[in-house]
Design a protein around this ligand. Structure first.
Ligand code: PMV
Length: 317
């Protein structure tokens, strides 16, 4: 029976999380080693059955409520394709990406599913990157409340992007690094709700607008300089900018003792820079390393309590 399978990567935010929600530039990159997959197959029994064991979900589409992300993704594709009903389908979704770890698990599962379903329904136009990014954005609203749009963009494009949220259009500039960039992605083991942390930053911004506007603007300036540094292959400069960004995130109160301890451990072991990545208050941090220091920093992160320290590389085109 005909089946269509697609995948999408997890993501890390290299620079500018939180500030990006307020219109400042940010940089994100795909995490090719952690992925989500969706397989759409023709079925014989009427209805659409969704099996997503890694997400603890097995149900008929008709039983999926409005806040069910997979059901929402399927209905969005159905609507975009202008179909009154879907043919009988079996949809299997699996993911290696930890949930609520700031690695874009929700965006990746949605993007993989949207692309596989669009192709299976013979709508390649809806499987194009821009369309997958736009439909994934609508699904992301369930997880995030007010997503900036950076997660769905980077998982759909699968390239490093310089991103500025804007009306009516976001500014999306894929770019390539000037020389290989090796990062370690270290998991605190603490899960954190992006929606809650983003909401808390908003509350603080409303209470102290001048202070938070200044913090966001400083993050934006770092992201601009970081793109130049990454494109030029100036890794020591990129590392120093990561450290500065982490300090600003601390001032926004989105770091915590475990993230700070892992960043410190990475720097003490010779990393060029380290910062939390994503919403913060748990989830993951990233450390920029020279290949010669990778193993030492990896061991230091694990010794400091990281659940894992996964290497990932950004390569020049
Ligand atoms: O999904 P996370 O935890 O990586 O967070 C996304 C980054 C934020 O800037 C905090 C929110 C957003 O919508 O951009």
């Amino acid at each position: 029976m005909a089946a269509t399978e697609c995948s999408a990567p997890g993501k890390i935010i290299l620079f500018g999380e939180h500030a990006v929600v307020y219109g400042q530039p940010a940089i994100a990159a795909p995490l090719a080693g952690l992925r989500a997959w969706a397989r759409v197959s023709d079925a014989t029994q009427p209805g659409v059955f969704i099996a997503a064991p890694d997400l603890g979900e097995e149900q008929w589409l008709s039983d999926g409520g409005e806040d069910d992300a997979l059901a929402r993704a399927i209905r969005l594709v159905q609507r975009a394709a202008g179909l009154a009903a879907l043919p009988p389908l079996h949809i299997h979704v699996r993911s290696d990406i930890p949930i609520a770890g700031g690695l874009g698990s929700g965006a990746a599962t949605a993007a993989a599913l949207i692309r596989a379903l669009a192709l299976h329904l013979q709508r390649p136009d809806l499987a194009r990157d821009e369309s997958v990014a736009a439909l994934t954005y609508d699904v992301e609203k369930i997880h995030h409340g007010t997503p900036s749009g950076i997660d769905n963009t980077v998982v759909a494009l699968e390239k490093p992007v310089y991103f500025v949220r804007g009306e009516p259009h976001n500014r999306i500039e894929p770019f390539t690094v000037g020389r290989p960039v090796t990062l370690l992605v270290a998991d605190t083991g603490q899960r954190s709700s992006t929606r809650l942390v983003v909401g808390d930053v908003r509350r603080q911004w409303q209470e102290l607008p001048a202070r938070f506007e200044a913090l966001f603007a400083a993050c934006g300036q770092i992201a601009r300089e970081a793109r130049d540094a990454l494109q030029a292959g100036d890794l020591p400069r990129a590392g120093a900018l990561m450290d500065q960004n982490h300090r600003l995130l601390q001032q926004m109160t989105v770091s915590n003792s475990r993230l700070d301890a892992l960043a410190q451990a990475a720097l003490a072991a010779g990393a060029l820079g380290a910062k939390l990545s994503g919403a913060g208050r748990g989830g993951n941090m990233i450390a920029l390393v020279q290949p010669a220091q990778q193993q030492r920093v990896q061991e230091a992160l694990l010794a400091a309590g990281a659940r894992r320290a996964l290497p990932t590389q950004l390569s020049p085109a």
